[in-house]
Design a protein around this ligand. Sequence first.
Ligand SMILES: [Zn+2]
Length: 206
Amino acid sequence: MYTDSADTSWMWLAREGMVPVVALAVIVCIASVDLSVVSPWSSAPIFGNGETAETTRSTPSGRTPSVPLVLPVAGVPASDLVDTFEDARSGGRTHHAIDIMAPSGTPVVAAAEGTVMRRRTGGLGGKSVYVVSPDTSFVYYYAHLAGYANGAAEGTPVDAGDRLGVVGATGNAESSNLHFAIWAVDDLKRPWARHPVNPYPLLRGG
Ligand SMILES: [Zn+2]
């Protein structure tokens, strides 16, 4: 069930085979503006550009964060995790994330240190948080939250294990879970140049 009008319009374009044409037009428009004004702190949808935050068609990355990750849902043992990275989603998309099933209200914590880059409400991800790594080469994305932790305001540094919010079923979630994605980012000013990283082996090994 899609409630975000922008996402719906993109699905219409996808059916009409117009995505490459429109995507090129968008890229040309973006490239024609001064990139210095495109800040990761902007309230604009930094991971817009035709992709939803929920899923991506990008090529997976071989790069992985150099730090061990904390399992981002309190109380869930690593042995309960299921690898859903390559699962198909609607509109020809691939999941490129992990869904960690947990009751609504369960604390969501940062998997790794970084800075809260953006909190977003709406779209397929519902209430979501983007955390960028200290070297800005990875973005961690936490979605379907029921609510945000008080300390997880935009611009706030977080350590691994710090609370970001609580598990919910906002956005297009069919049941309460944390949708957790990791992206290797080439350049935060070019947010479409990102590559999904499978969180599953990193969380199972950590
Ligand atoms: Zn998901």
